[in-house]
Ligand binder design. Structure first.
Ligand code: ATP
Ligand code: MG
Length: 237
């Protein structure tokens, strides 16, 4: 299909693509994706961040203010924000038209993926909306080398749905990079049985995190960011 080869070309200069996903909402995908991108950029890696959460666009608010609209030149050129090449559908979405239906979401996402002109990058972090296996399947079809980072909380309810998502991803032959248990109250992580060979880490609940939202340098000084540092270490070693 023509659009798939265009997307393939658009993503060809990116070494690793990490998709931050979860089955449940509100588990910390956006703040993990944004902090991960900030930390990688601070370490000197060429890093991109793509906010694909049609319903809860928040990466720009986590990092700082909304930058100017991206310029277009044979495609959309991501904007620079805190050393990151940043792109979000926030620039294009018509909130009055939400909610989009499943197939509209899918085609909007594919259209956007085919339009962005990413530069050479070491890492691209993609922040997904919760659940929506069809969008995850689209990502796999469009970007076969994407690696998934699955976020859960320690709650039994979140862990059960995370396991189901992991099974679906495994059935689809996805590259699963890691499981992150966020908002942990102690270091004893849940059991992920057949997935125990994957990299897994806990990020603590940080009561000071809220105050750092919107300020990239304050965010990087939090205990939460220290927790995200474990993912950075696993990615870069
Ligand atoms: N480790 C943590 N400690 C304290 N607060 C946290 C932690 N992780 C996330 N939060 C808070 O939880 C809330 C939800 O986080 P976030 O928006 O990143 O979740 P999400 O999975 O992207 O949600 P959605 O599914 O709606 O996109 C935010 O207010 C965030 O600041
Ligand atoms: Mg989110």
């Amino acid at each position: 299909m023509l659009v798939l080869s265009l997307i393939d070309e658009r993503f060809s200069k990116i070494k690793r693509i990490l998709v931050v996903a979860s089955s449940k909402g509100g588990v910390g995908k956006s703040i993990i994706a944004s902090t991960l991108a900030l930390e990688l950029a601070k370490k000197g890696y060429k890093t991109g961040l793509l906010d694909l959460d049609f319903y809860g666009l928040s990466d720009h608010s986590i990092i700082g203010s909304l930058p100017h609209e991206p310029e277009e030149d044979n495609g959309i050129i991501p904007v620079q924000i805190e050393g990151i090449h940043f792109m979000s559908i926030v620039f294009y979405i018509d909130e009055a038209r939400l909610p989009l239906r499943g197939d509209e979401l899918s085609s909007s996402m594919i259209e956007l993926l085919s339009a962005i002109r990413w530069p050479e990058l070491d890492f691209l972090i993609i922040d997904m909306p919760p659940g929506l296996c069809n969008l995850i399947a689209d990502i796999m079809r469009c970007i076969p080398k994407a690696e998934f980072l699955i976020v859960t909380t320690p709650s039994k309810l979140a862990v059960e749905t995370a396991k189901r998502l992991l099974v679906v991803l495994k059935d689809m032959d996805a590259n699963i990079f890691a499981i992150v248990e966020n908002m942990s109250r102690d270091d004893s992580s849940n059991e992920f049985g057949e997935f125990k060979e994957l990299f897994m880490c806990c990020i603590p609940f940080d009561s000071k995190l809220e105050d750092a939202i919107g300020n990239a340098s304050a965010l990087l000084k939090t205990d939460f960011a220290k927790g995200v540092g474990k993912v950075v270490h696993a990615l870069c070693s």
